[in-house]
Design a protein around this ligand. Structure first.
Ligand code: HEC
Ligand code: HEC
Ligand code: HEC
Ligand code: HEC
Length: 479
């Protein structure tokens, strides 16, 4: 994980906290309303249960109208937020100035790093013209799905609005004249507010999917490793939306950070398993695809610092390449508080998976499929999870205990645990479990130290990380 800015409350978070508190009432009302609607349409409900997940915008069948169709000053290009409207209307201004999807994602394809990656791979096209790169570094729908009149759609806009919100062909006019959120979704708007759908969308680029993927060859050519956590990355994007009262009244979901985190982990595990099961992605020559494994299992110096140490949950001995199970390790922590029985089973599954993939004992395919079906059943339960002070306390306690026990001695595991604790500590604050002074001292002290230890995989040291987990544990134990 690169050094990321810590979450400062004076940034968008302050409003968020207040909104979260104010929101609760609105959410209950919105839910009651939704329930009534669902009961009335129970036929639809049965259909919806088997419904296909929404199609990722790049692959859906709606033309992309281009950012120029959204950026008008009376549309989403207002310079300042408008509080008299449902949405702030300054979404474009935030995106174009602060969002890496606009400021960097496409532009870096023109730089030396990208040219080198492309050259190393022997690609014929330049990176900014190569679909291999554009699929993730821009909104890259097929040519016939772009509004070309008046140069409306521009690939060099980077990951524009429709890269996440879906091609606007059908919803552009209606949503402009006040159609409901549900209607807009029907007309091709991607449900970015639904945490499972949002996780799939972000991960389609921040991990990859069946059509695009950063494999070990791309990494070998110089592509950075992928690292993602849904709650934290949503904040860092940064927010160009405000989950205020009217937001939930319009029938949109406003999941809190810990719920987003848990669902993000569940979907990430599902995507990793999908890659393991996908014959186009799970092999590189005679080897299994190496990005699915712990990078440091191979990429470390042969010295005392990195001396092998057992990780109980894997049941593996020294000298074998371990799966990268970082998301898995977080998922079992969340599930332990929602359904302890399933969490236990998932731990056993993970052990079986480790043994099958790393030591060739048993079928990894069968285990991967079993885990995916458990996740499918868990997702709706995680969506209904009530995250309160008690849950937060247990969650941080359990993650810290596991960390101190040596469960996160792989870099990626430590990195995910550190990102999780950041979201949890923020939730402590949002739930008024800690005051300003305590939050500040955590943020500038223990939390900052912990995040510092996972800043760079090359200098990462499991003992230093463990010490940092320990001091956060001591600080949180009395709260
Ligand atoms: C599956 C999606 C995907 C594909 C395919 C992909 N990238 Fe990336 N790339 C990303 C993501 C996501 C990041 C950001 C990683 C992070 O910061 O966590 C990134 C980061 C980068 C960076 C570092 C960016 C920076 O800010 O310093 C470079 C350079 C890069 N990619 C070049 C390329 C090139 C060149 C190609 C094609 C040969 C390519 N990428 C293909 C998703 C992808
Ligand atoms: C990387 C993905 C991404 C990109 C790019 C993106 N958005 Fe969003 N947007 C989101 C997410 C996530 C949300 C929060 C969930 C929601 O409200 O649907 C959101 C919310 C919104 C909202 C809802 C606000 C509300 O109160 O209901 C609007 C309006 C919006 N975005 C407009 C835009 C516009 C305009 C652009 C382009 C200038 C853009 N977005 C680019 C992901 C993105
Ligand atoms: C179409 C592909 C795509 C989608 C969809 C996407 N991203 Fe990204 N994202 C990228 C790329 C590429 C970068 C790297 C930009 C750069 O060079 O820094 C990036 C960068 C980011 C960064 C900055 C990372 C850093 O290192 O500071 C954040 C935060 C982020 N994305 C969050 C999200 C979230 C949250 C979602 C889902 C709502 C999302 N992204 C969806 C491709 C995508
Ligand atoms: C099973 C062992 C193994 C795993 C796991 C593995 N790699 Fe590698 N990696 C290698 C080997 C072998 C090479 C080729 C070394 C060479 O060319 O000298 C390599 C090369 C690389 C290179 C190019 C290094 C150079 O010298 O330019 C990068 C970058 C890289 N890997 C990144 C990663 C990342 C990131 C991960 C985890 C997502 C990972 N690797 C996982 C074995 C592994």
């Amino acid at each position: 994980m690169k050094r990321r800015e810590l979450i400062l409350r004076d940034e968008p978070r302050d409003d968020l906290t207040q909104h979260c508190a104010r929101n609760r009432e609105g959410r209950v009302r919105a839910l009651a309303h939704l329930l009534a609607m669902l009961v009335a349409a129970s036929v639809l409900l049965t259909e919806a249960a088997g419904a296909e997940p929404p199609v990722i915008p790049q692959y859906a069948k709606d033309k992309h109208e281009g950012v120029s169709s959204c950026d008008g000053s009376t549309c989403h290009g207002s310079a300042a937020p408008r509080n008299d409207r449902n949405v702030m209307q300054n979404e474009y201004s935030i995106w174009v100035d602060e969002d890496r999807h606009a400021t960097r994602a496409y532009k870096i394809l023109l730089n030396r790093d990208s040219k080198r990656i492309s050259r190393n791979l022997g690609r014929k096209k330049k990176p900014h013209e190569d679909s291999l790169c554009l699929d993730c570094h821009a909104d890259n729908p097929p040519m016939n799905m772009r509004r070309t009149e008046n140069n409306a759609f521009r690939i060099d806009d980077g990951i524009g609005c429709e890269g996440c919100h879906g091609g606007a062909e059908r919803y552009l006019r209606p949503h402009d004249s006040g159609s409901s959120h549900a209607k807009n979704i029907e007309l091709g708007l991607y449900p970015t507010d639904e945490p499972v759908a949002r996780a799939r969308l972000c991960l389609s680029c921040h991990f990859g999917d069946r059509k695009k993927f950063v494999d070990h060859r791309l990494m070998g050519a110089g592509h950075p490793r992928q690292s993602f956590e849904l709650a934290l990355f949503s904040i860092l994007q940064p927010y160009h939306w405000e989950p205020d009262q009217d937001y939930t009244k319009r029938g949109k979901q406003a999941p809190n950070d810990v719920k987003l985190w848990a669902i993000g982990q569940a979907v990430a595990v599902d995507e990793v398993l999908d890659a393991m099961l996908d014959p186009n992605r799970n092999r590189l020559g005679i080897f299994p695809e190496l990005v699915l494994y712990d990078c440091q299992a191979c990429h470390h110096t042969i010295d005392k610092q990195r001396r092998w140490r057992p990780r109980k949950s894997t049941g593996l001995g020294p000298g074998v390449v371990r799966l990268n199970d970082a998301n898995f390790l977080m998922l079992v922590q969340a599930v332990a508080l929602v359904d302890p029985g399933t969490s236990k089973k998932l731990r056993a599954d993970l052990r079986t998976l480790h043994q099958a993939t790393s030591e060739g004992r048993g079928s990894s395919e069968k285990t991967a499929k079993a885990i995916r079906s458990k996740i499918a059943k868990l997702l709706p339960r995680l969506e209904k999870w009530k995250v309160d002070a008690k849950v937060l306390r247990k969650l941080s306690k359990n993650i810290l205990t596991a960390a101190v026990d040596g469960e996160y001695t792989d870099y990626a595991g430590s990195e995910q645990a550190a990102m999780a604790l950041q979201s949890i500590v923020y939730s402590y604050y949002a739930e008024s479990m800690i005051d300003d002074a305590t939050y500040d001292s955590l943020e500038q002290g223990e939390l900052s130290k912990l995040l510092g230890t996972v800043e760079d995989p090359d200098t990462w040291n499991p003992d230093r990380a463990k010490k940092a987990f320990k001091s956060l544990q001591a600080k949180l134990s009395g709260i």
